[in-house]
Design a protein around this ligand. Structure first.
Ligand code: AMP
Length: 177
């Protein structure tokens, strides 16, 4: 079976969660199958490795699952991009708009050296707002957001078009509606 098909079967779509109209993509069944996890990890790494990144950043919290494994596998430093108020030391902060209200992401300032070439990973690309905020944090540090890596992409929300202004975009499975 192709990886895309296996991944599609492993992801559970939950209608109207966490609110009416949203089809939530639950990746937790994938985590039960370590053989598939390994194949997914290799597929995530394949395009990223070629770019010679110096760091892997990932977005709290589902982004940490594969993002940290990517960094570990490549032997690169891992940068956790956290939600507001979680990091204890000197931080960089970026706020962005959600459908209702705003959200904030933060990194420890000293995690990102200027000139770093950073790949940003998250589980899912929807509108792209979160990933762009993470990229802005990296730019605030004088580093470069080279590329964005996702397991899943909601292509009908056209987040990819926004992200392509900042770097390359890779995803393993696209949902077209
Ligand atoms: P966005 O900033 O709109 O690209 O949203 C991406 C973030 O929201 C990611 O961290 C996802 O984990 C989460 N997210 C958005 N939509 C969904 C969805 N339909 N299913 C699961 N997670 C989602």
């Amino acid at each position: 079976m192709k990886l895309e098909e296996a991944l599609e079967q492993a992801i559970k779509e939950v209608p109207d969660f966490p609110q009416p109209g949203i089809s939530f993509k639950d990746i937790t069944p994938l985590l039960l199958d370590q053989k598939l996890v390994h194949e997914v990890l290799l597929a995530l790494l394949e395009p990223v490795e070629k770019l010679n990144p110096t760091h892997i950043a990932a977005i709290e919290s589902r982004g940490f699952l594969f993002g940290f494994m990517m960094a570990k596998e490549l032997g690169l430093p891992f940068i956790p991009v956290r939600k507001s108020g979680k990091l204890p030391r000197q931080k960089l902060t970026e706020s962005y708009s959600l459908e209702y209200g705003t959200a904030t992401v933060e990194v420890h300032r000293e995690d990102i050296p200027s000139g770093a070439r950073v790949v940003i990973h998250d589980d899912l690309l929807a509108t792209g707002g979160t990933a762009i905020a993470a990229c802005n944090l990296i730019q605030q540090a004088g580093a470069q957001g080279l590329a964005f890596s996702f397991l899943l992409e909601l292509s009908f929300l056209q987040g990819r078009e926004k992200l392509l202004k900042h770097g390359k975009v890779f995803s393993l499975l696209k949902y077209h509606n």
